[in-house]
Design a protein around this ligand. Structure first.
Ligand SMILES: [Zn+2]
Length: 283
């Protein structure tokens, strides 16, 4: 990483803007509550932190799944005001439930405005929004950032704008949110230094252009893994999420990130907020 000056101390602040429910097989590749191994995994608590026996799905059924926070990350101390991903808004909840068929909710204070107000900022103050990728839970509030540029891997853009009907995570109904900011997108083809102490690393794997965001901090290099790593269990068991684009790339990402990084931050795990109650890393 490009070294930050002595005066700059970078930290990452995560704040929750929503919650989704995923099927267990999407969080831990191939694991299903109907498998004979499943009770053993449950007893040895190898299941993810947000595991619940009783998630209510939009179709009216109740079954096991994993409740996952949707988190927006602010990089504190950088020269530019940088946000990673923008989550989804209250207006998107019904559409997400209908077309993704998953559990989805927001609490009243789970908003970008509330998160940014903790550090005295408003959405229009943000200079750069970095998108880990363009699955629906990562960009639906882009319109709020009227003065930002949006950094994303080029490979994500056609999927977000015109996804084929079989694609998971991308849906045509959400494309208006990326179209609204299309003139301010900076499309990347690989790794890039964003500013002193902040880099993006393209891996693919979870989606065609998934990337990790590496930040140099006093505690070493902290990387936001995006959806390459949903959950601390993915890391602990070296077992990737079941929702993937290219498994070979995804496995390579796990090997690479664990070598390159001191602290890896999974993107969708409530355990993060139990390890870092203020949402700030390093503490
Ligand atoms: Zn996601």
């Amino acid at each position: 990483l490009t070294h930050v000056g002595d005066l700059m101390e970078l930290k990452i602040l995560g704040f929750v803007v929503g919650e989704l429910g995923s099927h267990v097989s999407d969080v831990l590749l191939g694991i299903s509550p109907s498998m004979p191994e499943f009770p053993i995994l449950r007893n040895e608590s190898k299941l993810p932190y947000g595991y619940s026996e009783t998630i209510s799905w939009p179709d009216g059924t109740v079954s096991p799944g994993v409740k996952q926070p949707v988190t927006v990350w602010f990089i504190k101390g950088a020269k530019e005001k940088i946000l990673v991903d923008t989550g989804f808004g209250f207006n998107d909840i019904e559409l997400i439930k209908r077309i993704e068929g998953i559990y989805c909710r927001k609490k009243k204070n789970w908003t970008i405005e509330a998160g940014l107000s903790r550090i005295g900022l408003k959405p229009e103050d943000i200079d750069i929004v970095i998108h880990t990728h363009l699955h629906f839970d990562h960009f639906l509030c882009d319109e709020q950032f009227s003065n930002a540029i949006f950094i994303v891997q080029r490979d994500e853009i056609p999927w977000a704008l015109a996804p084929p009907p079989y694609s998971r995570g991308y849906k045509k109904e959400f494309s208006e949110h990326i179209l609204a900011v299309i003139d301010r997108i900076e499309a990347l083809d690989g790794d890039k230094v964003i500013t002193e102490g902040v880099e993006v690393w393209k891996y693919g794997g979870h989606s065609p252009g998934s990337m990790a965001i590496a930040v140099e901090t006093d505690a070493g290099i902290v990387a936001l893994a995006g959806d390459l790593i949903y959950d601390y269990k993915n890391l602990e068991l070296n077992w990737p999420p079941g929702l993937y684009w290219n498994l070979d790339e995804l496995i390579k990402a796990y090997n690479s990130l664990q070598k390159r990084v001191d602290i890896l931050v999974p993107n969708h795990d409530w355990q993060f907020f139990s390890l870092y109650p203020s949402g700030e890393i390093p503490k």
